[in-house]
Ligand binder design. Structure first.
Ligand SMILES: Nc1ncnc2c1ncn2[C@@H]1O[C@H](COP(=O)(O)OP(=O)(O)OP(=O)(O)O)[C@@H](O)[C@H]1O
Ligand SMILES: [Mg+2]
Length: 370
């Protein structure tokens, strides 16, 4: 557990970066610090490994005040991932990763073995091992940064905007991979971000800080959305928080899916009309995976790939009601497609059925009403 006990940091020039911060980051959980630029997130993080000294108050690791610890030992207990990865430019990928076990006194050969293993854990294959940082994309560099922090198997990890320097698609991938990894390794992590979506997606608990370094609220993502403590938090978690809440409502067998016929490319419109529920017919690939809708009213010849409307999203089983609602909203037929993990068709659901599922989820949770 990482504990902030009434921690304050004044910088010279009268900036109060952090003001009386008290909170606990529980073991084996990911706690996110989120807040607007300049609200003291990085300062708070760097006080934990004593790159910055608090003006007053104390920080404890598993109940032990850090100010009494040897700084070098303290830092070895804590993995640290900084923004833009911060890799050593003149060292190869494996040398970068091996640097943390080396600091802990692991012999060189063993450290390199660990480095190669850790590389795979963050989703990079061995072809990257002997490249230099400048030969990697931003996302790959960030993976190496995470690997370097993980390689010494620290109990605690501090991560400062670890996924920020990449495009939204890569960012979502890195987040998903990291969530999977954290489920395995269960580190005690504090992660900083200014992105509320990232905070709600990754955090077991989320601490919202306001400018001036004051804690506005710390809660689970669900609680933050359902019961923001004040107008600042409500505004920060976003205007569409009612919609975001659906991300936490799973769906299961109880969802009323209808059987939806599908046709393959090459089907003639007359034949498609025989099976279609209305003018819209769902088109699937050779393996029975649906990929789009065809408008039979606009169809004269056999169905070609370019006739297929790809606008509808598909809700995966194991997903949440936000996926289901979006699938129904985006389908030109008005019927949202629900698929299994392999992309196989499970059935479709109309917008009003999806809305009913949302309504009943609200009834069960109760908290969605604000
Ligand atoms: N070395 C310093 N000297 C003086 N003021 C500083 C120093 N470092 C940070 N500050 C100020 O302290 C405040 C908090 O800075 P900090 O870097 O912790 O913010 P942050 O929440 O991480 O912001 P961002 O999201 O932009 O990274 C800011 O007002 C900043 O200008
Ligand atoms: Mg910062």
């Amino acid at each position: 557990m990482i504990t902030f006990d009434n921690v304050t940091k004044h910088y010279p020039g009268a900036t109060t970066a952090v003001d009386g911060l008290s909170l606990e980051a529980p073991n084996n959980k990911l706690t996110v610090f989120v807040g607007p630029s300049g609200c003291g997130k990085t300062t708070s993080l760097r006080m934990i490994n004593r790159l910055i000294t608090p003006t007053s108050g104390s920080i404890l690791l598993d109940g032990e005040p850090t100010e009494r610890m040897d700084v070098a030992l303290l830092r070895r207990r804590i993995g640290y991932v900084i923004q833009h990865a911060g890799l050593f430019p003149h060292r190869t990928v494996v040398q970068n990763i091996a640097s943390t076990p080396r600091l802990n006194g692991v012999a060189k050969a063993k450290a390199l073995t660990i480095a190669h293993e850790t590389l795979e854990r963050v989703g990079l294959n061995q072809s990257f091992a002997h490249r230099y940082p400048w030969q990697l994309s931003g996302g790959q560099q960030q993976r190496v940064g995470v690997a370097r922090a993980l390689a010494s198997d620290p109990k605690f990890m501090l991560m400062d905007e670890p996924f920020s320097a990449v495009d939204p698609v890569v960012r979502a991938q890195l987040q998903d991979e990291f969530l999977r990894l954290q489920r395995e390794i269960g580190k005690t992590i504090i992660m900083v971000t200014h992105d509320i979506d990232e905070a709600l997606k990754l955090g077991d608990r989320v601490a919202v800080l306001r400018t001036g370094g004051k804690l506005a609220q710390i809660a689970t993502p669900r609680e933050l959305l359902a019961r923001p403590a004040d107008a600042f938090v409500a505004d920060f978690v976003g205007r569409d928080r009612g919609f975001r809440f659906l991300s936490f409502a799973g769906f299961d067998a109880s969802l009323p899916l209808r059987k939806e016929p599908t046709v393959a490319l090459g089907t003639m419109p007359e034949a498609a009309r025989q099976v279609a529920l209305d003018r819209w017919v769902l088109v699937s690939d050779g393996a029975g995976r649906p990929f789009g809708w065809a408008d039979l009213d606009a169809q004269s010849g056999p169905l070609r790939e370019e006739d297929v409307n790809l606008s509808g999203t598909m809700a995966p089983r194991g997903g949440n009601l936000r996926h289901v609602l979006d699938a129904a909203l985006s389908a030109p037929s008005g019927r949202g497609v629900v698929v299994d993990a392999e992309g196989g068709l499970l059935g479709t659901i109309t917008l009003s059925e999806a809305a009913a599922a949302v309504e009943s989820a609200r009834g069960m949770g109760g908290e969605a009403r604000s």
